[in-house]
Design a binder for this molecule. Structure first.
Ligand SMILES: Cc1cc2nc3c(=O)[nH]c(=O)nc-3n(C[C@H](O)[C@H](O)[C@H](O)COP(=O)(O)OP(=O)(O)OC[C@H]3O[C@@H](n4cnc5c(N)ncnc54)[C@H](O)[C@@H]3O)c2cc1C
Length: 537
């Protein structure tokens, strides 16, 4: 019998022997009856003397009495992908986009008998990294290969936080095991808040590509999908800027910055729906102060790593809710752009998370009512996108029209003035000190100026001169959904077209986008194999 034992407290230096001893004590069994044990979850509790809280799986022939912290466990019947196609002779499916969703979809197809063709508008990961380094120095933007576009997708230069909100633990575990197979540390399989960092992602992504190629897949970089050809309601060709690909199946994993594709889809009548998202600013403060707030007197214990935070502020009167998002401990604020004359922010860190600053977005939710003025009959459902673009143009101008992020000390932002300087070690490599008031819509700005001081104060950090506000963060998630069916994952407008990942509005973040890629590929395999359709979720 297999059991899961929860709430096992061990010190930061624990060994297997320590864990085994605790297991025997808690399960009340003898060493000879323990067939195996493995740690399946580990979270840090630093509220007092820091400890890890473990969940441990054990196998024993002895029946253990049930208790709140000990449950019998039945392994799931299905692990990984359930369909394999033998001797597939149909046209190769096209995967548009090599972000987490597209790459995982391509890998699942390739591993299960259907070699895909991947088209990606940007460069392969390492070449893309060189371009980004050059952009950070010069501000010369390559609109096709940048912090948002190129192999690895939007998350290549990220903190690589593997936040997993999905209830589908099995597909999540399958994805994490794939990451480990391609070079991620196996601690991601057990840690409650795993992260990779951009340096590890830069190693992992090319290995995923190599595996797909080894299994028969092909990659076309610097190749942009432009349009689709439809015959009797079904997909027949995918046109790129340099080729025409004959196919009956295409996974569209374009991310939320492919605005040219959204315009194309909208103008050709493919079903889209506007969706809520959130906008705000990126806030930076000393990592040491976050460590002090979270670890107290243990802040200097270097075994604890850089601390993170999650802060929220409830809606109050006319003020909307505000929440911190995509926190990057020891990280760097990224000056993101993918279209000429528009600018937004995000954050990244290296696996060591050893930078002096912590940053996070502070966001305010926006919905269809907020951007209804941006409707354009020529492009149904894209009003949220036009609203984003209008703000990003203001950000670009406020930064001096040179791909610099407008920045100010929080104290000056609150007093509506430009800062004379920023604190030492401010991380953003392209920023312009200026008055950042008036860039964001008034309802967002008033909420941020009300909520951020209260939220930062929860970290016992009242020195608002040392907090930097970078304006602004606009692409927390897609402003539009490409509508698809629940059973086959196909667009409701075109048979054989599979909108997928964050850009399709069905995911947000690396893990959920990758999971959506896996499930979409599984749906496509089922459709090809003629297996009776049932909802994939
Ligand atoms: C700087 C930064 C940091 C982030 N940090 C984190 C984090 O720590 N944790 C987290 O969970 N999430 C993070 N995110 C968000 C995360 O990266 C995205 O949610 C995720 O990458 C979405 O995956 P996706 O595959 O759906 O889309 P994307 O990753 O956006 O990939 C889409 C791909 O499609 C390509 N493409 C677009 N249009 C075309 C076309 N017409 N033809 C061919 N190719 C095309 C793009 O070049 C891109 O490579 C971060 C994002 C950014 C920008």
């Amino acid at each position: 019998m297999i059991y899961h034992i929860n709430q096992i407290k061990v010190g930061l230096d624990y060994t297997d022997q320590v864990v085994a001893k605790k297991v025997l004590q808690l399960a009340k069994i003898q060493a000879k009856d323990l067939k195996y044990f493995k740690i399946i979850r580990r979270s840090l509790d630093a509220r007092h003397q820091p400890v890890y809280i473990l969940t441990v799986e054990i196998k024993t022939n002895v029946k253990i009495a049930k208790s709140p912290d000990i449950q019998q466990y039945k392994p799931p019947a299905k692990v990984g992908v359930s369909v394999k196609i033998l001797n597939y002779r149909g046209p190769e499916p096209i995967v548009v986009g090599a972000g987490p969703a597209g790459l995982m979809a391509a890998l699942v197809l390739a591993e299960n008998g259907v070699s895909p063709v991947i088209i990606e508008r940007g460069e392969p990961a390492l070449e893309r990294a060189r371009q980004i380094t050059s952009y950070l120095k010069t501000g010369s933007l390559n609109t096709e290969s940048n912090i948002l576009f190129g192999e690895g997708g939007a998350g290549l230069f990220s903190d690589g936080k593997l936040t997993a909100r999905s209830k589908d633990r099995i597909t999540t575990q399958y994805f994490f095991q794939k990451l480990v197979e391609f070079g991620a540390p196996d601690t991601i399989l057990i840690d409650a808040e795993p992260h990779l960092g951009s340096d590890l992602l830069l190693k992992i992504i090319p290995r995923i590509r190599d595996k797909i190629i080894q299994l028969g897949g092909t990659f076309h970089f610097n190749t942009k999908m432009k349009s689709l050809e439809i015959s009797q309601g079904a997909l027949s060709k995918v046109h790129s800027d340099s080729d025409v690909f004959e196919t009956t199946n295409c996974i569209l994993a374009i991310g939320h910055s492919a605005r040219d594709v959204y315009r194309y889809l909208s103008s050709t009548g493919i079903a889209l729906a506007p969706k809520p998202f959130a906008i705000g600013v990126r806030v930076e403060l000393p990592q040491s102060k976050v460590n002090e707030a979270q670890y107290g007197s243990f802040a200097n214990n270097n075994k604890l790593g850089a601390a993170s935070f999650r802060l929220t502020h409830k809606e109050e009167g006319d003020y909307r809710a505000c929440y911190s998002f995509c926190m990057c401990p020891g990280g760097e604020v990224m000056p993101c752009a993918s279209s000429p004359g528009m600018m937004t922010t995000n954050g990244m860190s290296w696996s060591a998370r050893d930078g002096k600053k912590a940053n996070a977005a502070f966001l305010v939710p926006v919905n269809e009512r907020d951007y209804s003025n941006y409707k354009d009959e020529k492009y149904p459902a894209l009003e949220g996108l036009f609203f984003q673009e209008a703000i990003e143009q203001k950000i670009f101008k406020a930064g001096g029209s040179s791909y610099l992020v407008p920045a100010a000390r929080l104290s000056d932002y609150l007093n509506n003035k430009a800062s004379d300087s920023l604190p030492d070690d401010s991380s953003c490599r392209r920023m312009q000190i200026t008055n950042i008031n008036g860039i964001l819509p008034n309802f967002v700005e008033t909420t941020l100026k009300y909520a951020i001081p209260k939220m930062i104060s929860k970290l016992n950090y009242p020195d608002f001169r040392e907090v930097v506000v970078y304006c602004g963060e606009t692409r927390s998630s897609s402003p539009v959904r490409i509508v698809r069916t629940q059973d086959s994952y196909e667009s409701i407008s075109i048979k054989g077209l599979y909108p997928c990942g964050e850009g399709a509005g069905h995911a947000g973040g690396i893990v959920s986008s990758a999971l959506d890629g896996i499930k979409t590929a599984e749906a496509l395999l089922k459709n090809i194999s003629g297996i009776k359709k049932e909802p994939v979720d």
